[in-house]
Design a protein around this ligand. Sequence first.
Ligand SMILES: Nc1ncnc2c1ncn2[C@@H]1O[C@H](COP(=O)(O)OP(=O)(O)OP(=O)(O)O)[C@@H](O)[C@H]1O
Length: 706
Amino acid sequence: MADETHDATFREEQDHLSAIYAQLCDLRDTLTEEIETSHKGAADDLREMSEEIRPDFGGTDETMETLAAIETLNSVIDTYNQYHDFTVEKLQRVLLLLRQPYFAKVTLEMRPGRPPRDVYIGAAGMTDEHKRPLIVDWRSPVAETYYNQEMGPTSYQVDGRTRTVNLLLRRQFDITRDTLNSYFDTTVAIEDSLLLGALKKHHSEKLAAITATIQREQNAVIRHEDVPVLLVSGIAGSGKTSVLLQRVAYLFYQERKTLSADQIFLFTPNDVFRHYIDTVLPSMGEKNPRIFTWRGFLASLGLSERGDGRDGDPEELAHLEEGVRTMTLEPDDLREVRCGERVMLKASSVAGAVAKFSQIPVGPRLTALVKDELHDRLDRKLAALSKSEEVWEEMLGLDVEEQVEVFGQTISPADDDECAAYALTYLRHLFSGAHDEIERGNWLRIDRIGMRVLGKSALTAAEWVYLKLLVMGGGEKSARYVMVDEVQDYTVTQLMVLARYFPRAHFMLLGDEHQAIREGTATFDQVRQIFSATHGEVETCELLTSYRSSPEITELFTSLLPLDERARLTSVQRAGTPPRVVEVVDGDAGHYVAELARIAEKAAGEEGLTAIVAADAARANWLSKQLGESVQLVDRNSLMPASGVVLMDLRLAKGLEFDHVVVPDAQAQVYPDTPLARRRLYTAISRAMHEVTIVSQGELTPLLAR
Ligand SMILES: Nc1ncnc2c1ncn2[C@@H]1O[C@H](COP(=O)(O)OP(=O)(O)OP(=O)(O)O)[C@@H](O)[C@H]1O
């Protein structure tokens, strides 16, 4: 490390930073001015143009003229917007960089014998007025040389080809705006001073981006080639969630012309976790994807009332698959097509449409054919209705504005044929909802079909969605990427639904089998089977280093794992405190609570956030009553405070981290020597960054006894 102002390199780097910072400030001013001027110009132009438009819907010609003028005005607005979007986007990047222009530099010999090139790497890319790079985006190909953590010959991928270069210098910077706090030259691959600095910090209310310190094994996941299914298996605190979010940012960069935020779906364990991560992407200058919890997903399908559908038997889904393959639709499986209150096609007509394709098996193809037939039938019905004088009368009674809305103009039909033609347009407008009903498949009684196939009286949410997908196909076809964090907590049933619901999406599944804290969740072998059946080969990446927890804490929670696995895991070496174990031997509840209260009180006086992580909700509630208001009980809707002491159920602590974790009730009744209890204890302890206190009422669990 070098941070002395006498250091010539330090001065050179500070000068470089000052120069870049000044350029960024100039860019900010120019762009802001451009936006203001164009805004004002646009505002003036638009005012002038819209004043010229004299809304006149008096006759057909006048109406057409008015509409044409409005259309021209709209296209002028679009052009301004496009220009505006580009400038605004560039300004956003400049503002992002003004907080920290860059965090690293690599000096590369691109070809032997050529003069080496300095590349400064930052959260976004920026060029000067001659299009020369000032700062290179961390996601650009050449930035990979920084993340490879290899001195000397190294390589990076450009458009699928490997480029070999010589890395002469890898320098990291601690920078705040235009001030260089320090720099570090890395000479050994594993030495990462910036990382150590980041890991020493106290807990923060929100997860932070790890752009500047992404490690080699993490980089391999973030920059992984686009495959149908990527399963990332990583120990507690190995950065799975961080990697997931960096990967989303990477995909946005890679596919910036085509990928929009609403094409990425992110599944998180609960709402507390969702709040914990929701500022990471915005802080990187990117948008958040669509974030769901499993419950939220079911609610979006209107299925909340059917329970959470987690624990349903996957065999039932297999039965549905088989059943659908061999069944035929019966009249009772069908219902009429409605538009509001009005029946547009009777159930018998729907049955007639289905009967036309009796040779085709039940499934998406049949549904598509029946939908076409129903659309035709509806059209024919509307065509017949369009001859009705009653409809004509109603149509001719529309006022001018309604006419323009329906026909794009006012109408004055010359004869019956013209009247019928307008009436058809009118009816289509009026009953467009019926076509939507046909498309949504609301003429199929999914519950009835499912109950018949499974021989039971009600379907779970999972069975209902699954059956609908089997019969109608579909799901969310616009989804291009689906990310599932904490995948070890999903059941086979849930994963089968997700795999089918997103048939075209590429999946990224992240988890830790040792953190499966519920009974009956899918093993990673099952995860692989499910997705290889629907999406093709599943690639697996491993993350073996713990970043969250000090070496002492990592040693404690990895001691709960089988020996052969333990041997492969590492943590980042830094100073830590040994975990404390408190056995309240006499088992008396009063003594036990007093001891916990003492620990909580002491923790409240310390810096950072302490969490008392109870094994389940009932224990969390009991402890809350005992400990009183000095300890805040966290529920599903709580926001996490920055410091103090909180108490929560292990389920809500999932994915989160705290400076100090207290594991209460560490006695054998609560943590017996069973695989599930072992995983729960591992999960609870691994929430800790710097300190762990284990407290048992009576003798300590055999899982931790030495
Ligand atoms: N490369 C890195 N640089 C700096 N900090 C990192 C890095 N990787 C991970 N961390 C930090 O380690 C902590 C754990 O990361 P994260 O929550 O992403 O891990 P995880 O594998 O999802 O954990 P868990 O399985 O326990 O939920 C976070 O505070 C994160 O910022």
